[in-house]
Every structure is written in C-alpha cells, then in structure tokens.
Ligand binder design. Structure first.
Ligand code: MN
Length: 227
C-alpha cells in the first residue's frame, strides 16, 4: 500500500443488475446527440463534430433520490443511455469499438440549466451546470452478455406519470461506436470509463417531490425521486 497521508477516497461505482459493482474511472457526456433536442436548444441538428464534457465519477448516484441542488432555480432532467467500458485505448476504430463495451444502463444527466446557460453565454466551462453533487442518477448496469448491444429501442422519461421525453436510440446523431472511437482519438479510454450518450427532446424543469421514471427498452425502469 502506498503511504497515503489522508484517508483514501472511496472508489465511485455503479451497481450491476444481478450482483456486483462496476468501478467508475471517468464520466464522458456528449452534447446535443439527438436532432430534436439540438433544435429545442436552439442549434442546427446537422452532423457537426461531436463535443463532450465530463461529470465526476462520484457525481453518479444509484440511491434513487435526487436532492434538489443549491444555487439554482431551473434544474432539468435529461434521460440518457449509459455505456460502460471494460477496456479502452487510443485511436480505436469504429469497427472494433463495441468490443470495449461491458454493458449498458439508465442514467439522468441532471443539469442546472440556468447556470449552464450563463456559462455558455460567457464562454465558460459547463461544470457548474453539469458536474455537481449527485447530478448523475443511475440505475444498475446490464452486461452485454445479457442485453446485447443497444442501437435501437424506445428511450423515455416520465415525470409524475406524464411522458416528458421520448425518442429512439436509433435517432442518435453519433452512434455508440462512433462516440467511443472519437473520444479515443482525443483521450486514452480505459476500463471503468462510462459515456452518457445524449438525451432526446423534451428536457424540462423538475421540482422537489417530483417522481422521475427513466426507461430504455430492454433495460427496465429507473425511478428517481426529487427530494
Ligand atoms: Mn446530456
């Protein structure tokens, strides 16, 4: 054991359906990856190069509760397919990219939209809007060996029983293998990296007491209560 001078921080992880835990190294998130969402945010849905931001591994939270964060009055839900990598590398060809995927899960890229909007306007980084405490509610991961690779299927988010977001995974502008390949040209990917693969249209605000129900066909339902 190295001679750490403070107690070692816990390893961030995500539960696995059926048992075990998936340790998380990095969290990459793609912006505007569904055309209808790009349009609702005021952007051209043409296939411009993808862009990514990061959340912190310890922002992920499988507790089922989302505490309404500080310093904001406009927190939005973004339902996303989470892709979990078992290996990585650099310059990964699109054709081999799926070999690095361990499994898939449900996630919410919760966003302090007011703070993100201000950061965008000022040309500042997005962390203040995106990478806050417990900003990434997640459900259990499902291994590829059980659910296969997900390139189509309904993705949906309900708030208090009403459908707010809906789309199909086949509407992603940048597909999962393309995202992995692109990221690997700029960063060294590794086991434990996860990718939030973007949100369909219909993002909107939530309030304390709301019940969010995220689902992707084949992955069940993730229930998260705003507290
Ligand atoms: Mn997002």
């Amino acid at each position: 054991m190295p001679d750490y001078v403070i107690p070692t921080p816990p390893v961030a992880d995500i539960p696995v359906a059926g048992g075990g835990r998936f340790p998380v190294r990095r969290v990459y998130c793609i912006g505007r990856n569904y055309a209808a969402h790009a349009i609702e945010m005021g952007h051209d849905p043409d296939r411009e190069p993808p862009f990514f931001f990061q959340k912190n591994p310890d922002n992920l939270d499988a507790s089922g509760d989302f505490p309404y964060p500080e310093k904001t009055s406009d927190v939005h839900h973004e339902v996303e397919l989470l892709v979990a990598l078992k290996s990585g590398g650099t310059n990964i060809p699109v054709a081999n990219a799926l070999d690095h995927v361990w499994g898939y899960g449900l996630s919410l890229d919760m966003t302090r939209r007011d703070l993100q909007g201000e950061a965008k306007k000022l040309g500042r980084p997005w962390e203040i809007g995106k990478a806050f405490e417990r900003s990434g509610p997640v459900g259990p991961l499902h291994p590829v060996s059980e659910v296969g690779h997900l390139d189509q299927g309904r993705i949906e988010l309900k708030v208090n029983g009403t459908v707010k977001q809906e789309g199909d995974l086949n509407q992603m502008i940048w597909k999962v293998p393309e995202m992995i390949s692109y990221l690997s040209d700029y960063f060294e990917l590794a086991a434990g990296d996860v990718i939030m693969s973007g949100t369909p249209s219909g993002v909107g605000p939530i309030r304390r007491g709301d019940k969010m129900e995220a689902s992707v066909e084949g992955l069940g339902v993730l229930l998260v209560k705003v507290v």
